[in-house]
Write a protein that binds this ligand. Structure first.
Ligand code: UT7
Length: 360
């Protein structure tokens, strides 16, 4: 990606420094701070080995392989073991991403973990990952944007790099959804899985990179998809436990409708900002919620099925990990080559949504 490409992004271009502010890096021609391009220099993902099939679920709740497959496209999902937390899944994906980038944990300046299933309310999962990885130079924090978290993290990371604040940022979308699922609720327990996807980001002169990110949210629809208790509004109590309020709850139909609309408009906005059409995109990686949502999004964007990457049949909905795992697999499978345009479109609780357009 060239610097002129960058002018089509969501980032502020050449902001004028205020009085007394001396920018760290200055464009000698304009005297203004020079923003840098941001490239994905390493990818990794991890899913735990234990597989839970639709047939297994049919022995646990009143469901069937036929219902789950026809409504969602999901055939199986992965489950973390009882002694594996979200930070462990995140670390494994991170190690793989760092190895593919040829970097060491000590090279990382910042770790951002996107998750709605943190190891605990605090400290952040990112701090636990920092310790487990041995990334002792890195600052660390979590981002909570549910299934949109990976794209939110990508957007935040890109600003730190383009503004010269950090050189190397590690983003990880990681979830142990199985810990927050009501395994007696057939409406939700068939949909989700565990896993993690990570990316290492840097400025690489003369390399392609992130063109634009679009983010959105609507707290007015927060109740559509929530984990009602365990926070400051409804602290854990015998009452919240007996009402099973510590598990995920969802209005599936309404969530479906909102997801399609939001992902389509986020995708269209990214294309418009970059002056590209859907035909220019080699690979679209939608949030892997279910195949009906992805098909509807692809159809409304005018994409062909060949352009759309899916792995939901193997992993279910892994929330913030979903597009991170998808991007890593798509690259390893050769679905994305240097020079291709890649579009991520995401949607999740909050409600939140977003897109990212990357020149690979
Ligand atoms: O990251 C975003 C996360 N959210 C999502 O991805 C959810 C988006 N929503 C959806 O994908 C769909 O709404 C679902 C797949 C969750 C459900 O499909 P649906 O076609 O909207 O089904 P429904 O909720 O309208 O339920 C239809 C019937 C109901 O039975 P009755 O009331 O018609 O007798 C449900 O009780 O299907 C029943 N049902 C099931 N039956 C067998 C719900 N879940 C199951 C199940 N097995 N697992």
């Amino acid at each position: 990606m060239t610097r002129s490409d960058r002018s089509a992004t969501s980032q502020p271009v050449d902001p004028v420094p205020g009085p007394g502010i001396v920018p760290a890096f200055t464009n000698p021609r304009t005297g203004r701070p020079a923003l840098r391009t941001v490239s994905v220099v390493g990818l990794g993902s991890y899913v735990p080995p234990q597989i839970l099939t639709n047939a297994d679920l049919a022995r646990m709740v009143d469901t069937s392989d036929d219902w789950i497959t026809s409504r969602t496209g999901i055939r199986e999902r992965r489950l973390a073991s009882p002694n594996e937390a979200t930070s462990d899944l995140a670390c494994e994906a991170a190690r793989r991403a760092l190895s593919s980038a040829g970097l060491r944990p000590q090279d990382v300046d910042l770790i951002i973990v996107a998750t709605i299933t943190p190891d605990m309310p605090f400290p952040s999962t990112a701090c636990l990952v920092q310790e487990k990885l041995g990334a002792n130079r890195a600052a660390a924090f979590d981002v909570q944007a549910a299934c949109s978290g990976y794209v939110y993290a990508l957007d935040i990371a890109s600003h730190f790099i383009s503004s010269h604040t950090y050189e190397t940022v590690l983003i990880i979308g990681a979830e142990k959804m199985s810990a927050f699922i009501d395994w007696t609720d057939r409406n939700t327990c068939v949909l989700f899985g565990d896993g993690a996807g990570a990316a290492v980001l840097q400025h690489r002169p003369h390399s392609h990179g992130l063109i634009t990110t679009c983010l959105g949210a609507n707290g007015g629809d927060a109740r559509l998809l929530e984990l009602p208790a365990g926070g400051s509004a409804r602290p854990a109590s015998p009452d919240t436990l007996s009402q099973r309020l510590h598990f995920l709850r969802m209005d599936g139909k309404e969530t479906f409708r909102k997801a399609v609309t939001a992902m389509v408009s986020a995708g269209q906005e990214a294309l418009a900002r970059a002056h590209l059409t859907i035909a220019d995109i080699r690979c679209i990686i939608p949030h892997q919620a279910n195949h009906r949502i992805m098909s509807a999004v692809a159809e409304r964007l005018g994409a062909t099925p060949e352009q759309v990457f899916t792995n939901v049949e193997r992993y279910g909905n892994t929330s913030a990990a979903s597009v991170g795992i998808g991007l890593d697999e798509a690259v390893r499978e050769g679905r994305i080559q240097t020079g291709d345009y890649v579009l991520l479109v995401v949607f999740g609780a909050g409600l939140t949504w977003g897109s990212a357009l990357i020149h690979w």
